[in-house]
Write a protein that binds this ligand. Structure first.
Ligand code: IPD
Ligand code: CA
Ligand code: CA
Length: 272
């Protein structure tokens, strides 16, 4: 896959994410309600989540009929090309519900299966329809916020690092995550829980956060954001040198990454 091909895929991802993002925002302005719950009573899905994913799928099938699609709200579509689109139609659904302006459309395309342990991410875009911000990266082509080239912060020590994190929807997982936080919070500048992993990762690329960690993320939460961090000069991974996965994702600039990873693993972020 050449850089040129990755940037052509990024063009498709950007066009689709910005188009469906505008429609999602219009729908949000007309009102919103919970349609169903998924893994727990606080894991909600709205019509905007479902309709946005349906629009993304239709546009992808039109533009890239041979590729697979792996999205949060519908069945996996198996393709024949070896490329897979990894889609979170709304990352930050609780923010969408409460009209907090931090939710995003996240679309990535990967070479290989829709599994972060085995894929090679080629392009990714994270669009915040409320702010109009478009974070994007193509493999080998750097990361951008609109026209601005992004670089992670790289002169930060962990005690002065602003760290993002997130919590799952299951009560028992949250209890463990709160215990981990007890050990992390006194060792860093402060914690942010923005409510969208895709925007957390994009924020690292833009220098708005120094690091991030979360256990239990799904592939669609981080596929685009992790590429954006890497292309902005940051690092992303899991425990013990493994790639990022549901077991653990840690991200940050090179100056905090190793220390943050060691801290959260010691605190138990990769267990339970
Ligand atoms: C969630 C968000 C949140 C993270 C959760 C994710 P959703 O995605 O990314 O920040 O903490 O783990 O599930 O449900 O809003 O698409
Ligand atoms: Ca998500
Ligand atoms: Ca979602």
């Amino acid at each position: 896959m050449t850089d040129h091909a990755a940037s052509a895929l990024l063009d498709i991802a950007r066009r689709i994410a910005t188009t469906v993002g505008e429609t999602a925002l219009e729908e949000r302005r007309r009102g919103i309600a919970v349609e169903a719950t998924k893994s727990s009573p606080v894991d909600v899905v709205t019509a905007v989540d479902r309709e946005t994913e349906a629009r993304i799928r239709a546009m992808l099938l039109d533009a890239r009929p041979d590729d697979g699609i792996f999205g949060e709200e519908d069945e996996t579509h198996v393709g024949t090309s070896g490329l897979n689109w990894v889609v979170d139609p709304v990352d930050g659904t609780v923010n969408l519900l409460y009209d907090i302006p931090a939710w995003a459309v996240s679309i990535a395309v990967v070479d290989g299966p829709p599994d972060p342990l085995h894929w090679h991410a080629l392009a990714g875009v994270v669009v915040n329809p409320v702010t109009g911000e478009v974070f994007e990266a193509a493999r080998g082509g750097g990361a951008r916020l609109g026209a601005r080239e992004l670089r992670v912060n790289d002169d930060v020590e962990l005690p002065k690092a602003l760290i993002g994190t997130g919590f799952g929807y299951a009560a028992e997982r949250r209890r463990t995550q709160a215990e981990v936080l007890l050990q992390v919070l006194p060792r860093v500048r402060d914690i942010r829980r923005i409510g969208s992993a895709a925007l957390d990762l994009s924020a690292i690329a833009a220098g708005r956060l120094d690091g991030f960690y979360e256990r239990g993320l799904n592939p669609w939460d981080h596929a685009a954001g992790a590429l954006i961090v890497r292309e902005a000069g940051g690092r992303v991974g899991g425990a013990g040198g493994a790639p990022e996965s549901a077991d653990l994702l840690v991200a940050g600039g090179p100056s905090v990454y190793d220390e943050l990873l060691a801290l959260v693993v010691e605190a138990g972020a990769a267990a339970g």
